[in-house]
Design a binder for this molecule. Structure first.
Ligand SMILES: NC(=O)c1ccc[n+]([C@@H]2O[C@H](COP(=O)([O-])OP(=O)(O)OC[C@H]3O[C@@H](n4cnc5c(N)ncnc54)[C@H](O)[C@@H]3O)[C@@H](O)[C@H]2O)c1
Length: 393
């Protein structure tokens, strides 16, 4: 095994910082077999942001371009955390320079790019991963185990929502998030997380969709005058540009195991800062999760262990990831976004060095599949809600 493993993060914006912080903590989790992690470099075209992130998170240096990073042979593994259209070119360059790549979701800015990335994955021995961080939430893992154990009986009703309000302000800046073909808006930005999450929790695969409906509530936005980080505010010009993708999408998904789910996602749902939630009911029990309360979940059942109705369960060391993966090994001490990014980073590095303490990361094939579902929803919308099959991998 290598003496150390050197990591870099491309993108020092909203999510890039989560990756930068995650690698700092990855070595503290679970077993101690992982070699020391060298925090090597942060890359961002914005020097102020990049230099700040490098200093703040303890990375050795800042690079202003991905070409400089590609030329640095000391680096083993990279997170690609930039706008979606850059995922394919940057990931390709990193693979070509021999680096393992954890690429953020959605896998790419469009389906054609995602298909190319899945092809790249087939033709490399390097590790390629997609950033489906919500798979790593302790409460989600606990629900997944309950379902797999049959504790909820035969599943019958599933509803999933990812409702956010980051786009409610009509004068919020027109960033990369609002530009792209239909499906590249709320569906790609947050719907992909939810699609992957529901498949992960139920251990199923979506094979067709119907009732696809895409709505753009705010059709124009002002052009920003400077840098915008994530969903942040910015000085904007008087000029407005067109929003070319959806604010809200809904559809019905059918799974290969016979299940169906109602699914909706929105970036213009006032009062919902990051409302990713789902409810799953079966013939003998139910489970529900709401990211606004990430360290707990609702569980109800007739199986004897929860005889008096649904109740809140606070996660702790007996739950996936939390056990050995949270500094204070005692229940009800919280758990959130930073933990799931750290768990993901550790899983990625474990894969690179051949450890298997936690489930492997979502693959680029998984990332492509999600975007095939997104594309099917777009086509369903175009036919007034018709049934559209999702191509098999
Ligand atoms: N897993 C999650 O929970 C999660 C959350 C938020 C965002 N994301 C994903 O992360 C990615 C980035 O999103 P974000 O919100 O952090 O975006 P952002 O706009 O906040 O940050 C993007 C960064 O990329 C930099 N950049 C732009 N062009 C560049 C170039 N040519 N070279 C180097 N750097 C460049 C920008 O300066 C900026 O700092 C997206 O794919 C998004 O979908 C994932």
């Amino acid at each position: 095994m290598a003496d150390q493993i050197s990591v870099a993060v491309i993108g020092a914006g909203m999510a890039g910082r989560s990756h930068a912080a995650a690698y700092r903590n990855a070595g503290t989790l679970w077993g101690s077999e992982l070699p020391p992690i060298r925090l090597a470099a942060i890359v961002d075209s914005n020097a102020e942001l990049g230099e700040d992130a490098a200093r703040r998170y303890g990375y050795e240096r800042y690079y202003s371009s991905v070409e400089e990073l590609a030329a640095d042979d000391s680096i083993d593994a990279v997170s690609v955390v930039v706008g979606n259209d850059l995922h394919l070119p940057f990931s390709t360059l990193m693979l070509e320079s021999g680096k393992h790549v954890l690429c953020e979701k959605p896998l790419a800015g469009n389906l054609a790019d995602a298909r190319r990335m899945a092809e790249l994955e087939k033709n490399t021995d390097l590790i390629t991963a997609t950033g489906y961080t919500y798979r790593r939430v302790a409460a989600v893992g606990a629900i997944r185990n309950r379902i797999a154990n049959g504790d909820l009986g035969d599943l019958s009703v599933i509803d999933g929502r990812y409702w956010c309000d980051y786009s409610c302000d009509p004068d919020g800046p027109l960033t990369w998030r609002y530009l792209g073909e239909p499906g590249s808006g709320a569906l790609a930005d947050i719907g992909t997380h939810l699609i992957d999450m529901l498949e992960h929790v139920t251990n199923g695969r979506i094979v067709s969709v119907s009732g696809g409906s895409l709505v753009t509530a705010i059709p124009t936005r002002p052009i920003p005058l400077g840098m915008v980080v994530g969903h942040g505010r910015a000085e904007v010009s008087d000029e407005r540009g067109a929003v070319t993708n959806e604010d809200t999408a809904s559809f019905v998904a059918r799974f290969d195991n016979g299940l169906s789910a109602t699914i909706s996602c929105s970036r213009t749902a006032f009062g919902m800062p990051n409302g990713m939630s789902f409810a799953i009911h079966g013939t003998r029990g139910m489970a529900a999760f709401d990211w606004h309360r990430p360290a707990e979940y609702t569980l109800g059942g007739a199986a004897g262990d929860f005889p008096s109705g649904p109740r809140q369960v606070l996660v702790g060391p007996t739950d996936p990831y939390f056990g050995g993966g949270y500094p204070m090994q005692a229940p009800a001490n919280g758990s959130g976004n930073a933990e799931s990014f750290a768990y993901q980073a550790r899983a990625f590095l474990d894969q690179i060095v051949g450890l298997d303490e936690v489930p492997t990361c979502a693959t680029w094939a998984d990332g492509l599949h999600t975007l095939e579902v997104v594309d099917a929803v777009v086509r369903s919308d175009a036919t007034g809600g018709g049934v559209v099959d999702v191509p098999a991998a």
